[in-house]
Design a protein around this ligand. Structure first.
Ligand code: ADP
Ligand code: ZN
Length: 430
């Protein structure tokens, strides 16, 4: 099933030719209208005509997270201020957020990419789409909403409201598809279990688009089993429109990145040089069709790799592996590098472990993993709890090379965030 078959299956040579033309156009536009890029080009002695091939993208300057903050609110606009029709922001928790502005055409293009992504998983206009992400400045609400409307779904903008209300809407309107955070999907599964609701029997829910925060394959399996749905990995970031940058197709084997809109590179985050094809590195993206705020070589800090070979679905756009974390998510504990995802993988693969966890760093360098037990299947006997804690600590040590303290707590006792989960609490006095 295709939304835009011609674009989605364009042959590689034609796709690359179109990418080069769009890249040249983007570089010309920012050289004319964005002082930040004008200065960067001048200091590199670079002219738009120097971009003669796709490999020449490496001659362009990177754009960092801090560049967006430094030019808040409108410093990177490439169009007059009256052109944009929408604002979104990202991460305002520390200092100024990053502000992204979109013209009408930008919004329409973003919705097109979401529509492609949804249809690629089998969504049709018969579907009822419950968008359980925050509306407002966060892109997960409105950007996904517009795409799902374009497909013709009945869209329920439920936002992150209470689980009671989510369930009521889901039952009354026979929701078939949802957009949901992985942490909330796990929590919601526990909520249904408590109510004695068997989603396979009692709900029409069949698919979910799960993303906006990193999660492991083990977590996907857990969500699929608990809810009786198919989970499709969905990747996006505000700087590149939000959702609909890369998405899994019905084969669930990595996320097709829409390469006619975004030029991708995978680099070594330390050297900035490309990694050999197929190796892990930091994803770097350049917008190819953006009007209001074109961005060159954006350092996403997301770590992933390109998957080899064609996909059975016939799409020519290359596939990204699951994001294993952000380069700045890395924790250094007693001199060892640890990604929270390594901990999640061990926890979620264990049948007696429930659905929520938190990683606590305190003192000089003490690592504690607090994790909920599964609601069923464990007797709570003190000795059994101690044995399971010991077992998990050993498993984690084998994975991390550092032995954490493991605290098992009852199902449903850890706090759940309204937005993205906060998995790491760092209280170290370093
Ligand atoms: P914020 O910076 O406030 O979190 P965004 O909503 O723009 O704002 O978040 C985008 C980031 O979310 C991505 O850069 C990535 O780190 C993470 N993310 C989004 N989708 C996924 C996904 N499917 N898997 C892993 N991480 C994801
Ligand atoms: Zn595919």
């Amino acid at each position: 099933m295709f939304w835009d078959q011609a674009s989605e299956t364009l042959s590689r040579p034609l796709l690359e030719r179109a990418q080069l033309a769009q890249l040249q156009e983007t570089v010309r536009r920012v050289a004319l209208s964005v002082p930040f890029y004008q200065q960067k080009f001048a200091s590199l002695g670079l002219k738009p005509e120097d971009i003669q091939s796709l490999a020449d993208v490496r001659r362009l300057p990177f754009t960092a997270n801090d560049d967006l903050r430094a030019h808040y609110p409108t410093g990177l606009l490439a169009v007059p201020l009256e052109e944009p029709v929408r604002l979104h922001t990202s991460s305002g928790t520390t200092g100024k957020p990053k502000a992204l502005l979109f013209t009408r055409k930008d919004i329409d293009q973003a919705a097109e990419l979401v529509a492609r992504s949804l249809v690629m998983t089998g969504v049709t206009r018969q579907d009822v789409f419950q968008n359980m992400m925050s509306y407002g400045l966060f892109t997960g609400g409105l950007m996904m909403h517009y795409g799902a409307e374009k497909v013709g779904c009945l869209v329920i903008p439920s936002g992150p409201g209470t689980s009671e209300r989510q369930l009521m809407l889901m039952q009354d309107f026979r929701t078939t598809v949802a957009h949901i955070l992985p942490s909330y999907a796990l929590y919601f599964a526990g909520f249904l279990e408590q109510r004695g609701i068997d989603p396979r029997r009692d709900l029409a829910w069949r698919k979910a688009f799960v993303g906006a925060e990193p999660y492991t394959e083990e977590t996907r399996q857990k969500i699929q089993q608990a809810l009786g749905i198919q989970v499709f990995n969905s990747y996006g970031l505000t700087e590149m429109n939000g959702p609909g940058v890369a998405f899994e197709c019905e084969h669930q084997c990595g996320m097709h990145l829409w390469e006619d809109h975004f030029l991708l590179e995978i680099i070594d985050p330390k050297t900035g040089e490309p990694v050999p094809e197929g190796q892990q590195g930091e994803l770097v993206l350049t917008t190819l069709k953006r009007e209001a705020m074109p961005i060159l070589r954006y350092r996403t800090r997301d770590i992933t790799r390109l998957l080899p070979g064609p996909c059975p679905c016939g799409r020519s756009h290359r596939r990204l592996d699951r994001i294993t974390g952000r380069s700045d998510d890395m924790l250094i504990v007693r001199g060892v590098n640890i990604f929270p995802q390594q901990i999640e993988r061990v926890l979620m693969a264990h049948p007696q472990i429930g659905r929520n966890y938190v990683i606590i760093l305190e003192g000089l360098d003490d690592l504690t993993v607090e994790v909920e037990l599964a609601a069923a299947g464990f007797d709570g006997d003190v000795e059994h709890v101690a044995a399971l804690q010991h077992h998990l600590a050993e498993k984690l040590k084998a994975e991390l090379w550092v032995r954490p303290k493991v605290n098992l707590v009852p199902a449903g006792s850890l706090p759940i965030a309204e937005g993205k989960a906060k998995r790491v609490i760092d209280k170290r006095s370093l």
